[in-house]
Design a protein around this ligand. Structure first.
Ligand SMILES: [Zn+2]
Length: 547
C-alpha cells in the first residue's frame, strides 16, 4: 500500500515535456507512477473553491494508498526548487518567525538553496566566529551563530524542524570575513590558501557550490584573481560558481565579463544570480546581457541565470552607502554614521559616484527606496527614505544607528520589459531571493513561483506552463546537482506540488507581503503532505540536502 496517492491529475514532470494524465503515488519518500485511473479533465476544468481545493471533499478512500488526494482539474509537478534564497537561518529563529519561515513552502517550494550573494552561515576560522556573528548579513544581529564548518551548520538545522529541504552554497563574503576579517585589502597568499582549504572542506561535506556578492562588503574587497582561485576549487568538485555580479546597474556588462572570465579561467560552471539591469542607466540592457549569455553558451561555457518576477529588488540599507562606509564591518559602520563629517563624505559619494561602486541611490533616488524591515521602528516599514523628512542620508544614518545596522529595504529599480526578457530566456531558472525578515519583506518570499505560473505563464502567455515548471524544477536540480529531485518519475524523491492551473496566482503584495498564493492545493515533501488546502499541515519531513 502506498503512503500517498494523487489521482486524476495531469502531470508536468519537470522535464518540460507536455502535460499528461498520471496518478502519482509515494512510498517511503519515493515516487511511484501509476497509469491514470480516471480520465483527466482538461486544462482549467474542474470546480474551483477560492483556494482551488476543498479540504476533505477532495479526498476519498482508495484501497491503493493510506492518503489519497483528488487531483481532478489539477496539475501535479515536482516540488519547486528555489535556487536563490536567504533562508539560511529562517528555521533557527524559533516560533516567532514561523510565518516567515513557512512562506516559501506555502508557495510550493520543497527545496531552498541558501548561502547566496556571498553570505552563508559557515565556514570561518574559530578565532573569527564572534566577529562574524556580529557583522554577518544573515546572522540577524548576532542572534544566529556563524558555524566553523558545514557540519556545524547541518547539525544546528537537524535540531530545528522544517517542512521543506535546504541546501547551502558557501558564501565568499563569509569565507573572507572568516579568514581575513572585514578589512579592505587583498588576501595574502597564505590567507587565500586557507580560504581555498575551508571551501574545499565545505564542498566535500555537502555544500552545493560557491557564491559571491561582489557589491557587498567584505566580498567586494576580493578581486577577480581571488575569486578565480576559489572558483577553481568549486570546479574540482564539479560545483557551480554562483554570483551576484559586481554591478547590476550602469556597469552590468563589465561585471558580466568579469564573471565569464572567472568561469573561463577556473573551469567552473557559471550561474548569474537574480539577473537584472537596474537603474535608469541600465534599463533595456538585458537585450545585450542575454545575447552575451547565449553567445557564451554557444561557445561551450556552461552558464545559466535566475530571476524573480518583480521590478523591485530588496537588500540591506547599508548597501546603499559607499563600500568604504562598511569597512571593518557593522561596528565600524555605526561609528562612522555617528560622525557628521563622515556622513558628508557619504552624501558626496552618493551624489558623485565612486569608481567601481554600483551606487543604487545615485542611479535611482531615495524616493524609490522604502523600509522593509526595521525591528525597532515598525511604524516606518513601508515608507520611503525620502519621506522620512530632513536630509535622506541623515534619515538613513539615524535609522541604521537606531537599528544596530540591521535595516532591510525595497528598491524600485527595474523595468518590466527587462524582467520579462530574462524570465523568457531558455537558460533562466526561478529564484525568489526571499529575505526572511519581519516587517514588510519583499513579497517575492511568498509570491514568486505562483506569480510566474499565474501572471506570466497563464495570463501573459510569456512561457508555457510546462516550460515554467521546468525552470522551477528540473533545470534547477540539474544546475545544483540535486539528483532525483526536480522531476517526477519512478524512484525520484517524492517532493511534489499540486495546483489548479486556472487559479494559481500570487496574492502577496508590498503592503501585505506574506499573503499565501491562490490555487496551490497541496505540497508534498518526502511523500508527506506539508501543505493542504493552502494551509501548513505541521509535518516537518524536511532537512539538509546535498548534491
Ligand atoms: Zn544578491
Amino acid at each position: 500500500m502506498l503512503d500517498l496517492l494523487i489521482t486524476g491529475a495531469r502531470l508536468a514532470d519537470g522535464t518540460g515535456a507536455p502535460l499528461r494524465p498520471a496518478d502519482v503515488g509515494a512510498l517511503d519518500g519515493r515516487v511511484v507512477l501509476l497509469p491514470p485511473s480516471t480520465p483527466s479533465q482538461g486544462y482549467g476544468a474542474g470546480s474551483h473553491s477560492p483556494q482551488g481545493y476543498a479540504p476533505g471533499a477532495g479526498s476519498r478512500p482508495d484501497p491503493r494508498a493510506r492518503v489519497v488526494l483528488d487531483g481532478a482539474g489539477m496539475v501535479v509537478a515536482p516540488g519547486f526548487i528555489d535556487v536563490h534564497t536567504h533562508s539560511d537561518a529562517a528555521s533557527l529563529f524559533g516560533p516567532e518567525f514561523a510565518e516567515l519561515a513557512a512562506a516559501p513552502v506555502r508557495m510550493g517550494v520543497t527545496t531552498e538553496i541558501c548561502g547566496n550573494c556571498g553570505s552563508s552561515l559557515f565556514p570561518a576560522l574559530p578565532e573569527r566566529l564572534e566577529e562574524l556573528s556580529r557583522s554577518s548579513r544573515t546572522s540577524f544581529g548576532g542572534r544566529v551563530p556563524i558555524f566553523r564548518d558545514f557540519a556545524g551548520f547541518a547539525e544546528a538545522h537537524a535540531l530545528a524542524p522544517r517542512a521543506n529541504h535546504l541546501a547551502s552554497l558557501v558564501g565568499h563574503g563569509t569565507l573572507r570575513a572568516g579568514v581575513v576579517g572585514y578589512e579592505d585589502r587583498a588576501a595574502s597568499p597564505y590567507e587565500l590558501d586557507v580560504m581555498c582549504g575551508l571551501l574545499g572542506d565545505a564542498l566535500a561535506a555537502g555544500a552545493a557550490g560557491l557564491s559571491t556578492g561582489l557589491i557587498y562588503t567584505p566580498g567586494t574587497y576580493g578581486g577577480t584573481d581571488e575569486v578565480v582561485a576559489l572558483a577553481s576549487v568549486a570546479a574540482r568538485y564539479g560545483r557551480p560558481y554562483v554570483t551576484h555580479l559586481r554591478d547590476e546597474m550602469a556597469r552590468v556588462e563589465e561585471a558580466l565579463e568579469e564573471a565569464a572570465e572567472i568561469a573561463r579561467r577556473s573551469g567552473t560552471a557559471l550561474h548569474v544570480s537574480h539577473h537584472k539591469t537596474a537603474g535608469r542607466h541600465a534599463w533595456g540592457r538585458t537585450e545585450r546581457t542575454l545575447a552575451r549569455l547565449a553567445e557564451l553558451r554557444a561557445g561551450g561555457m556552461d552558464v545559466t541565470c535566475d530571476v524573480y518576477p518583480y521590478t523591485a529588488g530588496s537588500t540591506s540599507l547599508s548597501a546603499m552607502l559607499p563600500p568604504w562606509a562598511n569597512d571593518g564591518g557593522t561596528p565600524a559602520l555605526l561609528e562612522r554614521l555617528r560622525d557628521p563629517a563622515q556622513r558628508d563624505r557619504m552624501r558626496h559619494a552618493i551624489a558623485e559616484g565612486v569608481p567601481g561602486w554600483e551606487n543604487t541611490v545615485g542611479n535611482g533616488g531615495w524616493d524609490l527606496i522604502s523600509v522593509a524591515s526595521a525591528v525597532g521602528h515598525r511604524e516606518l516599514e513601508g515608507r520611503t527614505i525620502a519621506s522620512l523628512g530632513g536630509d535622506p542620508v541623515d534619515a538613513a544614518a539615524e535609522l541604521l544607528l537606531a537599528e544596530g545596522g540591521q535595516v532591510t529595504i525595497i528598491s524600485h529599480s527595474m523595468r518590466e520589459d527587462d524582467v520579462r526578457r530574462v524570465l523568457a530566456a531558455e537558460f533562466t531558472m526561478i529564484g525568489s531571493d526571499g529575505v526572511p525578515k519581519p516587517g514588510r519583506p519583499h513579497p517575492r518570499i511568498a509570491g514568486t513561483f505562483p506569480r510566474v505560473l499565474g501572471h506570466y505563464a497563464r495570463e501573459e502567455g510569456l512561457l508555457s506552463l510546462e516550460a515554467a515548471v521546468h525552470k522551477m524544477t528540473g533545470m534547477a536540480a540539474g544546475r545544483f546537482g540535486l539528483a532525483g529531485r526536480g522531476v517526477v518519475r519512478d524512484g525520484a524523491h517524492a517532493d511534489l506540488v499540486m495546483f489548479d492551473p486556472a487559479v494559481i496566482a500570487d496574492a502577496a503584495t508590498y503592503a501585505d507581503p506574506l499573503l499565501p498564493p491562490r490555487g496551490l492545493a497541496a505540497v508534498v515533501v518526502a511523500g508527506r503532505p506539508v501543505v493542504t488546502g493552502g494551509e501548513p499541515t505541521g509535518a516537518t519531513p524536511g532537512g539538509i540536502v546535498t548534491p
